[in-house]
Design a protein around this ligand. Structure first.
Ligand SMILES: *[C@@H]1O[C@H](CO)[C@@H](O)[C@H](O)[C@H]1NC(C)=O
Ligand SMILES: *[C@@H]1O[C@H](CO)[C@@H](O)[C@H](O)[C@H]1NC(C)=O
Ligand SMILES: *[C@@H]1O[C@H](CO)[C@@H](O)[C@H](O)[C@H]1NC(C)=O
Ligand SMILES: *[C@@H]1O[C@H](CO)[C@@H](O)[C@H](O)[C@H]1NC(C)=O
Ligand SMILES: *[C@@H]1O[C@H](CO)[C@@H](O)[C@H](O)[C@H]1NC(C)=O
Length: 688
């Protein structure tokens, strides 16, 4: 079929139908190089861009192909990535060098030109680019090269990127790039229909996209809109979602304002507050980033919504690099729900490795890779407070601007299972809920969360806190079935453990410094000095009339029984300190009590929300003190053999260049719809 310039109205009609392209596969396979005989799967990425792939599980390879149907006159690339940004992505770049086609394995650690990997784990199978701007290529890549600069190919949906260059010298792609999700082991997901489902739209109220007071970067405005759940509009089925009426959310879909969608960077559906992780924010339900898909819960799983919840916040992060003026936005989220509650409830589990200065000291300035002490959620903890194996629907990593990378390693029966999510380099501007290669976690699994920061660009130490300029080490898992515990928090050991295994002085030389300190000042010993006006020692406390009424519930077993008659001797109290109080306190922190000096390496931290034996002290949460352990690295098992010979059908790989008009494409439905036409239409438009 030939489209002539005079056929502009037909062009318009077809252009209008782009939004409703039917099943992508229909347009994927035609009589170009890409046939169903060669390629197991095809995914349409843009109207004029198609990705093909075939997994070869036996050889451990994936064959990856690209077909850009127009406007490509230089290098083209596909990349696997840990998020929607370029930081940490691993690219396959196909280009010409000295007239020869080459495929390159590259990686980027930042927003800079990707570097060549030391290990080139890619083999070019074929490549072609016509003078009409049509590009086709196929490469073979290993499923797991074990190269630190590559991502393993796993059976989950992951972020991928595409980019086109202007020439064959590899360099900046300008605006010709994008992101999408794909699972290279399976056919593209069929998104189930939403026809007939009740939904509620929670949208920004036509806000001007400008940075607000207190905002730091005018190109990255954050705008929050608060919703009182009782004031939410009725759903399309006239349902009211007031407090008390609990429903199950079954799906979240982004709703993008046509006029402003190119500025919408990410949306986070949170409770309640703005720029970074809000203080007092207890539940983060739906983080979405450009390129994220709908979040669709399995058929027997729903996310509770409403009930006791009263407020809700929609946080939007806009990206307006050129400071375009007068943009207003009404994007948001369409929440599909059911009033017939599903058998399983989903929930979130927060891993709070540091959100405030009470948890972590400041990150020193000028460090290229500063690592926090890991937060260890020990096996005994998950064994106690997960009732059953849990399915991880997704994982969000959250740090602020200095965040370099973070990982949550999972260890089962002494073996590392690897990270809960692969994100080689953290990107503040690309936060989203991503699938986990681990899928399910078991009670008894140990989780170790590591956060690293790059502070080379700052001159002052960075404290932990809510502001974007401060730092955090925080992650969220969305799981089902929901568990009783929804929050684990890193808790530094405030207790000076050295006093356990060192001797006291003077009359206390035969006992521990711990005993001496306890006799001297109880508030200092238990680290609550700031909360009391008067200092007091253990002898005074045990003979007081207020110990029993005020302190006993918080400090049980702190005095010998003589406190009941207020007639304890100093010696009785000291013996109790040495034989009961100090062993309790020190053993919990992993230290022995002098004169026993067998255990002097105490635990560095505890985890609030963890307990081995149940919630012993509900007033203070459950704390389990844990030693920061060195986890055995999972040994990488390489997969792939690039010497694999792939026989491909011998069909033309590009448009017929002999035709003077590039729109005259060799009988390809795909090209007609996705490619040449747009070019033609644009041409008409500019000519008018
Ligand atoms: C420590 O020595 C004192 C005497 O100097 C004695 O009264 C006390 O019982 C001893 N304490 C312990 C725990 O051995
Ligand atoms: C403390 O008082 C109780 C009850 O009056 C008494 O039985 C006990 O012997 C007294 N202890 C001392 C050390 O005086
Ligand atoms: C010394 O302390 C360690 C650690 O608390 C404990 O396991 C051990 O039983 C103690 N040894 C003696 C002789 O009390
Ligand atoms: C990895 O390999 C090393 C050396 O062969 C071995 O000592 C270690 O136990 C292995 N680690 C795991 C988690 O299997
Ligand atoms: C690309 O393919 C077309 C059609 O098969 C062919 O005419 C052309 O020579 C090829 N170009 C290159 C650079 O291989």
């Amino acid at each position: 079929m030939r489209i002539s310039l005079s056929n502009a109205s037909a062009a318009l009609l077809l252009l209008a139908s782009f939004g409703t392209l039917a099943a992508a596969e229909r347009y994927c396979f035609d009589d170009t190089r890409f046939t169903e005989a060669d390629w197991a799967f095809c995914q349409q990425i843009q109207p004029d861009l198609f990705m093909y792939y075939t997994p070869f599980p036996e050889e451990g390879n994936v064959m990856l192909g690209l077909h850009a149907t127009r406007d490509t006159f230089g290098w083209t690339a596909l990349a696997l990535a840990g998020n929607g940004g370029m930081k940490g992505a691993s690219q396959v770049v196909v280009r010409q060098e000295n007239g020869e086609w080459i495929a390159e394995d590259r990686h980027s650690r930042d927003y800079v030109t990707p570097s060549l990997d030391a290990s080139q784990d890619v083999k070019l199978l074929f490549a072609n680019q016509t003078s009409c701007g049509e590009t086709s290529w196929g490469v073979l890549i290993p499923m797991n090269s074990c190269d630190d600069d590559d991502y393993p190919i796993e059976d989950i949906s992951v972020f991928m990127h595409w980019a086109f260059g202007d020439g064959h010298t590899f360099g900046f792609h300008g605006s010709r790039r994008g992101q999408f999700h794909a699972n290279l082991m399976r056919a593209p997901k069929d998104v189930p229909s939403t026809d007939g489902l009740p939904y509620l739209d929670i949208l920004m109220p036509d806000v001007p996209v400008v940075v607000g007071e207190g905002g730091s970067d005018p190109t990255n405005p954050y705008i929050c809109s608060f919703f009182d759940i009782s004031q939410l509009p009725k759903s399309n089925t006239n349902e009211e979602l007031g407090p008390g009426s609990k429903v199950h959310v079954t799906r979240f879909s982004p709703v993008l304002d046509e006029d402003s969608k190119q500025f919408v960077h990410h949306m986070i559906f949170i409770i309640p507050e703005c720029e970074s992780m809000p203080s007092g924010c207890s539940i983060m339900k739906w983080p979405w980033a450009v390129g994220s898909e709908d979040i669709i819960f399995p058929e027997d799983v729903g996310l509770p919504f409403g009930g006791e919840q009263t407020m809700l916040v929609l946080q939007m992060h806009y990206y307006n690099p050129n400071l375009v003026e007068d943009i207003r936005d009404s994007s948001g989220v369409r929440v599909y729900f059911t009033t017939e509650l599903r058998p399983e409830e989903a929930g979130v589990i927060a891993l709070n490795g540091g959100t405030g200065p009470w948890q972590r000291p400041s990150v020193p300035a000028g460090q290229s890779d500063y690592a926090l002490d890991p937060m260890v959620i020990p096996s005994s903890c998950t064994n106690y407070n997960w009732r059953e194996p849990i399915t991880v629907l997704g994982v969000i990593h959250h740090m602020h601007l200095a965040g370099l990378n973070m990982d949550i390693n999972v260890e089962r029966d002494g073996r590392s299972l690897g990270p809960l999510r692969h994100e080689k380099f953290y990107d503040f501007n690309h936060q989203s809920l991503e699938e986990s290669p681990l899928g399910k976690l078991d009670p008894g699994d140990q989780l170790v969360m590591n956060c690293h920061y790059d502070t080379t660009g700052v001159t002052e130490d960075i404290s932990f806190g809510d502001l974007t300029q401060q730092e955090m080490c925080y992650a969220i898992m969305m799981v089902y079935p929901v568990q009783d515990v929804d929050d684990y928090s890193y808790t530094p050991v405030a207790f000076n453990t050295e006093q356990c295994f060192t001797a006291g002085t003077g009359a206390f030389a035969n006992v521990s410094a711990c005993t001496e300190n306890y006799m001297e000042s109880v508030p200092t010993f238990f680290d609550f000095r700031n909360n009391v006006e008067d200092d007091f020692g253990a002898f005074d406390m045990c003979n007081s009339d207020w110990y029993e009424s005020l302190l006993l519930p918080y400090l049980p077993a702190s005095c010998p029984d003589c406190y009941k008659n207020s007639n304890c001797t100093a010696e009785e109290v000291a013996i109790h300190a040495q034989t009961v109080v100090c062993p309790n306190q020190c053993n919990m922190m992993g230290a022995s009590v002098y004169p026993n000096v067998s255990q002097t390496e105490a635990y560095a931290s505890g985890v609030w929300g963890c307990s081995e034996n149940g919630p012993a002290s509900p007033e203070f949460g459950w704390v389990q003190y844990t030693r920061a352990i060195e986890m055995q690295e999972a040994n990488c098992t390489a997969r792939g053999d690039l010497s694999q010979v792939v026989e491909l059908a011998d069909v033309p790989v590009g448009a017929d260049e002999s035709a003077a008009d590039c729109g005259a494409v060799s009988g390809s439905t795909k090209l007609m719809l996705g490619g040449a036409l747009v070019g033609t239409f644009v041409a008409v438009f500019t000519m008018l």
